[in-house]
Design a binder for this molecule. Sequence first.
Ligand code: GLU
Length: 392
Amino acid sequence: MPAPLTLSARAQALQPSLTLAIAAKAKQLRSEGRDICSLSAGEPDFDTPAFIRTAAAEALESGHTRYGPAAGEPELRQAIATKLSAENGVSTSSDQVLVTNGGKQALYNLFQVLLGPGDEVLLPSPYWLSYPELAQLAGASVKLLPSDASAGFRLRAEQLDAAITPASKLLVLNSPSNPTGMVLSRADLEAIAAVLRRHPHVAVVCDEIYEFLLAPGHSHHSFAAVAPDLADRIFIVNGFAKGWAMTGWRIGWLAGPRAVVAAASALQSQSTSNVCSFAQYGALAAVSGPRDCVIAMAEQFNQRRTLLTEGLQAIAGVTLRAPQGAFYAFPDVSAYGLDSMALCRLLLEEVGLAVVPGVAFGDDRCIRLSCAASPTTINDGLGRLQRCLATL
Ligand code: GLU
């Protein structure tokens, strides 16, 4: 008898992405004929704008079908550097940009080349569920910096200061935040920068994937623009999925200090090689084109966020401060006495509503609902939620 295959310790410790799993489960149940309303994954329901699709189709037709440089097409790296310099105020050159298979691969590559055993990642909580897994895959430990809905889910500078130890290597900032919708203001970022100036061994990764999705009255500030003196330890992760409705294209980027980006590029050259060559030309059209389509979709998301927020706030026992950006609401539903996993299971089984348990994001009192869905679907979801909660 052959010896049974054992998984590596790394793989044994790894949890699959629950957001992707729940979205897939919702699709599967629907295909089996069940009446399912999904407010689970953060995936725009809009089609990718036509000019982007056309650019990729033309690139495909004109023969962009071969290997390209592992770090990305030079024109796309340059266009992303130009966007960062002009739109975000972060002076960047093309050799500081790596084109990746979505924002997730940018994070994966960065964590792999920067982190190892003995290193600590400082993670404001609630957090997007892939950060801790990616940090642990790189051998690092995770120190959570908890925040509360009552404090607007903000990271406080004193709290950060107190959490830093000699082992702290990387702070994760995600604004606008998934799942809370919190947006860090310029003043918040200035206070964080003041702390980091006192701790020169701590680098920062800023996940800016929701930069265009902002409720009225809120602005996105790139940390590297607020604190240019810290630019030699700030990394930016971003991508095309949310702003341009390009989730399935899998194109993102990592930008930051050259030597680390070069190491991440070497890792990519040995693991996945270049991102799909013709798809990069669609991304090139997107990032070089006007922002009208991005703004139009962001306006729709604003209306939908308001619809979802007001609908949730009207349900007795549900507590929610209005999210300031991204396309999620993260209400506290602990008044109903169930843990978030049990509640989400009940919602799926009893009323066919797919949402994500807050425990996956570090807060078991909450559930996450996405407003990246049509107003009809959002209203349907709110109705189902209310019906189910009324039975508890
Ligand atoms: N980031 C999105 C979400 O949180 C997509 C799924 C994922 O990659 O986790 O729903």
